[in-house]
Ligand binder design. Structure first.
Ligand code: SAH
Ligand code: SF4
Length: 354
């Protein structure tokens, strides 16, 4: 059964017309779902009986189920969502500076196998469907409205930085992005959405077909040898090919690309790494986002001490780069970058307090 959350507005219009219903009703359906967050079809006062009956018989309204939730001391909430086939994914809601950002997963597991990443150790299980990607947003919105302090609360920003490589699931992430951005629906602007990729070159080349969202690239080293040690993807698409692909993109509305740079103690935090970043990235069209390595049980690397992190950042600032350090939130609940892994949480759920 097709999910109601898998339709873009134009698809919903076509679908209704194909089934002998009024085209304009699609806009009303979109409003109920995404403006009023009302998924109880009985409350849809201005929708015809015919459409309701058709939906009841043919369309699923099921959302991923929140089976576990934990809140960090910094306010970050991690959710474990169970999908129809029993697989689970994690998603994280991070409050900061008047915004509420949701970290969205794109796959169950991940095929890229980055050595520093907890999700990478799971291997690839499957892509998420469009409805499951949009469903993460809807399920978490419903949960925080019902269980938090603010019944009107809105998730304002999205980062595709949960489990999975979003560009490996290109078509579904594209379609889900269209749903997120639809003016008559959630109307989340492209500037409030960030897609992060480990560097899948063929899909990067296709990004000109993607709505204009912010782009973040996981760089992590400017030396092929080192990058390959961290990220198997670099064996196939090394730095030269990666930058050829990035340079071929029209930058359109996004003025710069953010380069994520994992800081690992005594690995890529040396003076030559600063020189490498200055050589590879220009100061006008790139931003550098340093991510101090988050350790997890069994993780192979160490995080540099705070002084080193500060030093690394200041060196880049001095050279004229725009450079920020990501305050990885939720590390006490294993919700920070690279710490997400579904299976274990499923096993452990119930052991941690809610
Ligand atoms: N798969 C995408 C997006 C998800 S990960 C990608 O790799 O870009 C979001 C960011 O967290 C990436 O830059 C990723 O490299 C980083 N990350 C992964 N594991 C990490 C860890 N253990 N500590 C800190 N950052 C990590
Ligand atoms: Fe996948 Fe990103 Fe983790 Fe690499 S860092 S394994 S691409 S989720």
């Amino acid at each position: 059964m097709r999910s109601i959350f898998s339709f873009t507005l134009s698809e919903m219009r076509e679908y209704l017309v194909e089934h002998g219903c009024a085209k304009f009703a699609a806009d009303q359906v979109y409003q109920w779902l995404y403006k009023h967050h009302e998924i109880d079809i009985d409350k849809w006062t201005n929708i015809s009986k015919k459409i309701k009956e058709h939906f009841r018989e043919n369309i699923s309204f099921k959302l991923p189920e929140v089976v576990f939730h934990i809140q960090s001391t910094d306010g970050t909430r991690k959710f474990l969502l169970e999908l129809d086939d029993g697989n689970t994914v994690e998603t994280v809601a991070i409050p900061a500076q008047g915004r509420l950002t949701q970290c969205i997963s794109s796959q169950v597991g991940c095929a890229m196998g980055c050595l520093f990443c907890n999700t990478g150790t799971m291997g690839f299980i499957r892509h998420l469907t469009v409805a499951e990607v949009v469903g993460q947003y809807m399920a978490v919105t419903k949960w925080v409205r019902e269980n938090g302090d603010d019944p009107e609360i809105r998730i304002s920003n999205l980062v595709y930085m949960g489990q999975g490589e979003p560009l490996h699931n290109f078509d579904n992430m594209l379609q889900a992005t269209k749903v997120f951005m639809e003016e008559k629906g959630l109307a989340i602007g492209g500037r409030k959405i960030t897609l992060s990729t480990s560097g899948l070159v063929p899909q990067i080349k296709k990004l000109n077909d993607f709505p204009a969202v912010n782009l973040a690239v996981s760089l992590h080293s400017t030396f092929d040898e080192k990058r390959s040690q961290l990220m198997p993807v670099n064996d196939k698409w090394g730095l030269t090919k990666l930058f050829e692909a990035l340079n071929s993109l029209e930058l359109r509305e996004f003025r710069f690309i953010t380069y994520e740079y994992l800081l690992i103690a005594d690995f890529n935090d040396r003076p030559e790494d600063i020189a490498g970043l200055c050589r590879l990235l220009d100061t006008k069209s790139s931003k550098i986002n340093l991510i101090p390595y988050n350790e997890f049980p069994g993780s192979p690397y160490k995080r540099p001490d705070d002084e080193k992190i500060e030093w690394f950042k200041n060196q880049l600032l001095k050279k004229g780069h725009v450079c920020t350090t990501r305050a990885s939130k939720g590390s006490d609940i294993m919700a920070a970058c690279g710490q997400l892994k579904s299976k274990e949480d499923k096993k452990n759920r119930g052991d941690e307090s809610l």
